[in-house]
Design a protein. Structure first.
Length: 424
């Protein structure tokens, strides 16, 4: 058993769906669970639909739903030139229900409404892909992840009930899948004990693939992307990138924690727990080797990795009474930050101050200034870069700090992190 995951870019149009079929035809000897994301930028579009519903803007809601319907209908029209195919009726039924949802009672929980609607993007995508694979002669079955992955009630960030999920998948999914070679299912989604749909957080389809692999004791997971594998830096910010041929689970967790975007941070741990290899391969060149993530750490030090986080804010808190920063202060600050959903990228404290670095796009610094102004003197700098280098030496440091003012620097034996401001 192998688990494959195809993201939105790999099913963004009809030609991309045909390419998925081609890739699967290269693995005719394997049983496959194929996890598929929403097509193209559909998740973003579905978020706009939820927003229009919540604001009770019926005109915009219906326009956005119709736009998504036409987007998918165009793909179906390219893949299935004759309208007698059942997928046309199935697609119309899904969107008719979505249009009618505007007239249904609205929950007072935005996150609940979000999960019920945004998850439909994955459902539609897998319906189309599975129908096409079947038409191409693949032995397939469509599987509904909303019945198999059990979570708690934290909508938009569902926490997996691993014991229950493993039982459901082994007792219910595997027997259903027994007579078919390929199971096509959705990433990103799950369900509560009452059967309400939940989502696992943005970019959660990688995590879904890991869940299925863990619960079925799969041989491996392959994530198919538009890159040749894991690179040692984002080409958007760094010239002459190098592919990492093989790294350890631990290294992958470290890189994802510091902000590397190729692998979802929650994906690695369940695979590490059962020693299931993870491959990152190119759907553009499926025969290329890609990157393998496995147990051995003997390859980790061979290539330094660079992670850039732009548009960062450095904020420092100093007690107004000039007392020391102690555990009570830190506890109060952390609780307030958690309540406002602030994710800290780096932190540092001294006797009199505590500093954090966070994404400017996630929260307005003025909000935090207002929140803490009564107890603390708060200062901040914005427009900064946070650069993390794994397996650094002086040459790698010099490569990134040209014409930069380093405001904060932290080092361990393997990692250096620098908060920098461009000198112009």
């Amino acid at each position: 058993m192998k688990v494959f995951k195809f993201g939105g870019a790999s099913v963004k149009d009809a030609q991309a769906v045909r390419n998925v079929s081609h890739i699967l035809s290269l693995f005719t000897q394997d049983k496959l669970i194929v996890v598929i994301s929403a097509m193209g930028k559909t998740t973003n579009a579905m978020e706009q639909i939820v927003d229009a519903l919540w604001k009770r803007d019926e005109k915009k809601y219906q326009e956005l739903v119709e736009e998504r319907y036409q987007f998918h209908l165009n793909i179906v029209g390219d893949l299935f030139p004759e309208v007698h195919f059942a997928i046309y009726h199935e697609l119309e039924t899904v969107f008719d229900r979505l249009k009618d949802r505007y007239n249904q009672p609205l929950s007072d929980n935005f996150n609940f409404e979000y999960d019920q609607i945004v998850s439909i993007g994955e459902v539609i995508s897998t319906m189309i892909v599975e129908a096409f694979l079947k038409e191409e002669g693949h032995s397939t079955i469509w599987i509904d992840s909303r019945k198999y992955i059990r979570t708690n009630h934290t909508y938009r960030e569902g926490e997996v009930d691993w014991g229950k999920t493993e039982t459901i998948i082994k007792d219910q999914l595997l027997p259903e899948f027994k007579l078919k070679r390929i199971a096509v299912t959705q990433g990103f989604v799950g369900h509560t004990s009452e059967g309400f749909t939940t989502t696992l957080g943005r970019e959660g389809s990688d995590f879904s693939a890991a869940i299925y692999a863990y619960c079925t004791d799969a041989d491996s997971v392959t994530i198919w992307k538009d890159v040749p594998g894991m690179l040692n830096a984002d080409p958007k910010w760094f010239d002459n990138t190098v592919k990492l041929d093989k790294i350890s689970f631990k290294e992958a967790i470290e890189l994802s924690y510091y902000g590397a975007t190729v692998i979802h941070p929650k994906t690695i741990k369940p695979l590490q727990n059962k020693g299931i290899e993870l491959h990152v391969k190119s759907f553009i060149d499926p025969n290329a080797k890609g990157t393998t993530i496995q147990a051995s750490g003997s390859f980790d030090h061979l290539v330094p990795s660079f992670i850039f986080k732009m548009d960062q804010v450095l904020m420092s808190f100093t007690p107004k009474d000039f007392s020391f920063i102690v555990e009570q202060n830190l506890g109060d600050i952390f609780q307030s930050l958690a309540r406002h959903g602030v994710k800290i990228n780096l932190m540092q404290n001294s006797a009199l101050s505590f500093s954090i670095v966070f994404d400017r796009s996630k929260i307005d610094p003025m909000q935090l200034l207002e929140l803490f102004k009564h107890q603390y003197e708060v200062r901040y700098n914005e427009g900064l870069e946070l650069v993390t280098i794994r397996h650094y030496d002086q040459a790698t440091i010099d490569r990134v700090n040209v014409n930069k003012d380093i405001l904060v620097e932290q080092r361990t034996r393997q990692t250096i992190r620098m908060v920098m401001k461009d000198l112009g």
